[in-house]
Design a protein around this ligand. Sequence first.
Ligand code: ADP
Ligand code: 5GP
Length: 187
Amino acid sequence: MNKKLFVISGCSGVGKGTVLKEFMNRNSEHFILSVSCTTRKPRAGEIDGVNYFFITREEFEKAVQEDKFLEHAEFAGNLYGTKKKFIKQKFEEGLNIILEIETQGALQVKKKMPEAVLIFIAPPSFEELEHRLRGRNTEDEQTIQTRLHEVKIELERSKQYDYIVINDNLERAINEVEKITRNELEG
Ligand code: ADP
Ligand code: 5GP
């Protein structure tokens, strides 16, 4: 059976990391979560090579020039990108791949790989999103403001996605993502 690439996006704090962590706990046999490169500084507890490959802006720009990225984008002052080599290797290992990336990168993927499936995780409301982002306690006020500013832009781009999943109830949202992936792989 052909392996598929799923792209998951959603505003900062919407809960995509939480949804994906549980999705992977249940589906790790057939799926791999892609590890991106970023110039962002690691948060407490984040591990290089596990959460991200943490690299310098110089290293990132060199990789862009050498055409090493399937997609890349700047988000809230930091660079993020998916290495082509990572994707190729994981497909060769027979796995379906999940990219957890922001919307500019997702639309680049859709252009290069129209068969990729784009899923957008949306918040029940803007107020709830702000509450979750603040409740996570990982960003300073300036960063929270920058990320909230991106919300409108991301919601606008989500119109080009294949599916929109509202993360109101966590269990329901995880089940919906599972249903979408199952249908796409069987269909
Ligand atoms: P993202 O990866 O989208 O930036 P996180 O997964 O870090 O977001 O989630 C942000 C916060 O929201 C976390 O504290 C998480 O526990 C909480 N959260 C996630 N999903 C839900 C939900 N369905 N209901 C309430 N809180 C949630
Ligand atoms: P964070 O800093 O919270 O880990 O991520 C910020 C945003 O960057 C999130 O929307 C996340 O999905 C996105 N992101 C993470 N990795 C990549 C990537 O490789 N490419 C792109 N385009 N976005 C990414």
